[in-house]
Design a protein around this ligand. Structure first.
Ligand SMILES: Cc1ncc(COP(=O)(O)O)c(C=O)c1O
Length: 460
């Protein structure tokens, strides 16, 4: 093994080896179970006497940092964890529930491995050498051209490939855009309420977040006006989490607001390809490409682990956005970009979406049918789209936190709607649960529904 040992410039040579190894273990650079090099090899490499290294190893064994297994070698010993387990809801320390109906995630067991592998092989075979150097921060031209064509065809987005910026998902896009807005003098940004808390946190680090409520027609434009917002972030195709689609009248009002105010609209089209009852409504961006920043990602279509996203950027913001991206991470991984470009141009991406659309539609129907049969006073709300729905229980049902506790006990994960609200509703509403129907692999879905409705029947 290669072992990087930083020797202190002064002090005894044996002590220096000892300290360097101790520091590597404490900092986690040498993990428990790692086999250390034989003393002779390390001594030769460092230009030390073998006895000096022997002594250092013996000292560390005595202190409990290392263990010896006789002739089998010397290993890094298991260390007690210095940090308490993460309390973050997405943190790895949270035990996974048996039935994961948390919203927002696709069925990653259906990731199109074969198609991706073929695309990646093709990319690697055909890539010019320049791909492995620093590239254009906007991303690979092959992907930007493929995206401009695809988004125009499927979502009605109007963008020149030169104005597409590839990034690592919506979350990065939003952070970059917050920087860009701050640079052009925007101080206040209207964000839907309810929404994902992380998104308000990302924007709130740079700018003031104005809460804009959501009704049956979508985001409140009045709240943008009253809150003196200079930009608005919204999910017009399928509001997250309420699941409404922005009405034509509200779209028109929002666009008029942007025009009159010289404001910017960020359109988060996170699941725009998944509509089950009719053709999806086209992107807002197509109506006003000069004022709407369109953002999409592969997090719902392929899987959040892919970390690819794209921004169709109005020309006046482009230079600042490209500079923000360059400073953030130079560029997004070009090989992944080329693989996605191949998926798009060969039709493999469309084929995967067609398969998943059928599967998710079936799952949503099954959720609605099971709700009607088991909880006749509950209802499923939100349009037939995306990967989640709202299960609204009658006002006589226990409050959301009690329902979630009962579901936790049955090892079922769903989210209470209240977890997405930044401002409290004026009157106590009927309890609403945000149910994701896409995450469990298909063989586990029926059982997950059974666990969900069994626990709710008992709790209500
Ligand atoms: C509302 C919304 N927007 C965007 C995203 C995608 O975020 P990202 O591309 O960073 O994974 C998600 C994913 O959970 C989401 O729920």
């Amino acid at each position: 093994m290669d072992l990087f040992i930083e020797m202190a410039p002064r002090g005894g040579r044996g002590r220096a080896v000892e300290e360097a190894l101790r520091a590597a273990i404490v900092e986690g650079r040498l993990a428990a179970g790692t086999r250390l090099p034989p003393t002779r090899g390390l001594a030769d490499e460092l230009g030390l006497a073998r006895g000096t290294v022997n002594q250092a190893y013996a000292q560390l064994v005595a202190e409990g940092w290392l263990t010896t297994a006789g002739r089998a070698g010397t290993y890094v010993a298991a260390q007690p964890s210095p940090e308490p387990p993460s309390r973050h809801p997405h943190g790895s320390a949270a035990p996974a529930p048996r039935h994961d109906l948390g919203p927002g995630r696709p069925d990653v067991s259906a990731f199109p491995r074969q198609a991706w592998l073929r695309a990646l092989r093709h990319a690697l075979r055909e890539a010019p050498a320049e791909v492995f150097g620093y590239g254009d921060p906007r991303g690979r031209p092959e992907l930007r051209a493929a995206l401009a064509g695809y988004l125009g065809r499927v979502r009605g987005v109007r963008v020149d490939p030169g104005h597409v910026v590839v990034c690592s998902g919506y979350t990065q896009a939003l952070g970059l855009l917050a920087d860009v807005f701050a640079g052009v003098g925007v101080r206040r940004v209207g964000m839907e309420d309810p929404a994902l808390a992380d998104h308000a946190t990302v924007v709130g680090r740079r700018l003031t977040v104005v809460d804009a409520g959501v009704d049956a027609e979508g985001m409140s434009v009045t709240a943008l006006e009253e809150g003196d917002a200079g930009a608005a972030v919204c999910t017009p195709a399928h509001q997250f989490p309420l699941g409404v689609s922005m009405s034509p009248a509200r779209r028109a009002r929002l666009l008029a607001w942007a025009q009159e105010r010289d404001g910017w609209i960020v359109e988060d089209d996170y699941d725009g390809e998944f509509r089950y009852d009719k053709r999806p409504v086209g992107a807002l961006q197509g109506r006003h490409p000069g004022r709407v920043v369109y953002v999409g990602s592969t997090s719902k279509s392929l899987g959040p682990g892919v970390r690819l996203g794209w921004i169709a950027c109005p020309p006046p913001l482009l230079d600042a956005l490209v500079e923000a991206k360059r400073l953030a991470d130079r560029a997004t991984s070009p090989l992944d970009q080329l693989a996605l470009a191949t998926m798009l141009t060969t039709g493999a991406y469309d084929r995967h979406l067609r398969t998943m659309r059928r599967a998710y539609r079936y799952r949503r129907d099954a959720l609605a049918a099971r709700a009607a049969a088991r909880l006749p006073h509950a209802r499923i709300t939100g349009i037939a789209a995306g990967l989640h729905a709202i299960l609204e229980l009658p006002p006589t049902a226990p409050p959301e936190d009690r329902l979630v506790a009962a579901l936790d006990a049955a090892s079922v994960r769903v989210h209470p709607l209240g977890a997405y609200l930044r401002s409290r509703p004026p009157a106590p509403a009927a309890p609403r649960l945000v149910v994701g129907y896409a995450a469990p692999p298909s063989h586990a879905y029926s059982l997950a529904l059974e666990a969900l409705f069994g626990a709710l029947e008992r709790a209500c």
